[in-house]
Ligand binder design. Structure first.
Ligand code: HEM
Length: 470
């Protein structure tokens, strides 16, 4: 980070070794892009530039600069304009890709639908779905089945999110709507691929994967439109719902009727956004927590002890009051998020010329915020690569001298920080506590065979667990 009063220009920033013509594109054109960025941070420090066939990007792994950029939205910075271009092309126009005043219009009902009070109202859905997950996993434990945890947890979060978003549970946990999950699974990797593609080849010629994406988008669109139709009918037959909408979709439709704020396409886009934003992120975060727990049986025992003390013989904590007492399970969730943030990079673009920390950033500069490196740096956390949930407890761990939670940007920052954070933390805490309470588990593969993969979110590939009843 430049500290002198002299301005630094992007031109003068260091750059990793690249190809003369293609720049850094060949190295970045891999499925673990986030790790390539981490290697470049090692090579060049926390502020550098890269280019893809001449198009320049700044990469910042500096937590202060990153926090400032996040804070200066929506006025001075926005997401990469390519994100909006790609999502709009897919028919998704919602809060994640909206900008400026349009973003404020989209953000208001989204924040309201996901505020703490609403999340408390969703808790019966969360606890019921958690019980269904446990019942299903009991069979796995009895039959010594090896379980692909990431896929299982994706079903868990889809069931919760669809109930919250449309008031209709797809029941993917019991394989009733397997297709839906398969279609949803395709979207994120393709968004990821297209955002960083130097040429929009799919607009010239559609490969098999592009056709598969079109088919998935059409299928999901049909399902969501059916839900919109049903919700509109409910609001007509039960007008009381207009005063007190029972889910996100109804709330958007009431807003549309009262304020004429949303088009039908925007309602569709926002429901799709919530589905996408709420599913992979949370299920991958719980998966990473289980990855660490499987290697730390002592921590599992502590989570179980806490569960027994707080909700004794119940399957799950039945109220949010009980859930909030699960300090240790919550610490496990926070530690997993610190070590394996599922959104390690955020992509921003300057709306105008600006100078930050003496760096002159011209209008339209694209900046990749690499947030993971700081979260696992000795400068901000002692024993940064070790899984130590105790560091999050008030009494703390005497071995932890450095502890800087503000460095963590796993949920973003500023006015656009993740509105689903409360919901995600409720889901993570209940799942971690209840799973540890009911099962012992171990990795069915070697830890090094579980790989970080990045497809817009970072997920553990090959996370196979063996479950046992303790
Ligand atoms: C552990 C789980 C989750 C993680 C790590 C996560 C992370 C993030 C991050 C990093 C952002 C970008 C924030 C920024 O630009 O500053 C974001 C945005 C967003 N998230 Fe989450 N998220 C999670 C769960 C959820 C859930 C459960 C929902 C809803 C059901 C949700 C809905 C959203 C929405 C709508 C946005 C866009 C906000 C905006 O642009 O104003 N997220 N999330």
């Amino acid at each position: 980070m430049p500290t002198s009063t002299k301005f630094t220009t992007i031109k003068s920033l260091p750059s990793p070794k690249g190809n003369f013509l293609l720049g850094h594109l060949p190295q970045f054109n891999v499925s673990n892009k986030h790790q390539v960025l981490e290697r470049w941070v090692d090579e060049c420090g926390d502020l550098f530039k890269i280019n893809f066939i001449g198009k320049e990007f700044v990469v910042s792994a500096n937590p202060e600069l990153n926090a400032e950029i996040l804070k200066l939205r929506p006025e001075k910075f926005r997401r990469f304009s390519k994100i909006n271009e790609i999502l709009t092309e897919m028919g998704i126009v919602g809060v994640f890709n909206a900008e400026g005043d349009s973003w404020k219009r989209h953000r208001k009902p989204t924040s309201e639908a996901l505020n703490l009070k609403k999340v408390k109202g969703y808790y019966p859905t969360i606890s019921k779905t958690t019980k269904e997950l446990l019942n299903k996993w009991k069979t796995y434990a009895e039959n010594s089945t090896e379980v692909d945890i990431q896929k299982e947890l994706a079903r868990y979060t889809i069931d919760i999110t669809t109930t919250i978003a449309f008031g209709y549970k797809l029941d993917t946990l019991n394989h009733k709507e397997d297709d839906f999950q398969k279609h949803l699974e395709l979207i994120f990797p393709m968004v990821n691929e297209r955002i960083t593609a130097p040429i929009a080849l799919w607009r010239i010629y559609k490969q098999k994967k592009d056709k598969a994406l079109d088919h998935s988008l059409k299928t999901i669109e049909k399902i969501i439109h059916q839900f919109i139709k049903e919700a509109k009918e409910r609001l007509t037959t039960t007008p009381e719902l207009k005063e007190n909408p029972s889910n996100f979709l109804e709330a958007l439709l009431v807003e549309q009727e009262n304020e004429n704020t949303f088009s039908d396409d925007e309602i569709y886009g926002n429901v799709f956004t919530i589905l996408l934003a709420g599913e992979d992120t949370t299920s991958n975060s719980i998966s990473w927590a289980l990855y660490y727990l499987a290697q730390h049986p002592g921590v599992v025992v502590k989570v179980r002890q806490e569960a027994k003390e707080i909700y004794s013989d119940s399957l799950v904590p039945e109220t949010t009051q009980l859930l909030h007492k699960l300090k240790y399970a919550n610490a496990v969730a926070q530690e997993a998020i610190r070590l394996k943030p599922v959104t390690p990079n955020l992509y921003m673009q300057a709306n105008e010329d600006i100078v930050l920390y003496n760096l002159h950033i011209p209008k339209d500069t694209s900046i990749m915020l690499q947030n993971k490196v700081a979260q696992t740096s000795e400068q901000y956390f002692s024993n940064p690569n070790d899984f130590i949930p105790e560091r999050w407890l008030k009494s703390g761990c005497p071995m932890q001298q450095n502890h800087t939670p503000d460095t963590i940007k796993a949920f973003g920052g500023g006015a656009r920080f993740c509105p689903g954070m409360n919901l995600a933390m409720h889901e993570m805490t209940i799942a971690i506590s209840a799973i540890c309470n009911q099962f012992d588990f171990s990795l069915a593969v070697k830890p090094e065979e579980v790989k970080e993969q990045f497809a817009f979110t970072m997920f553990p590939e090959n996370l196979i667990l063996k479950l046992k009843t303790p």
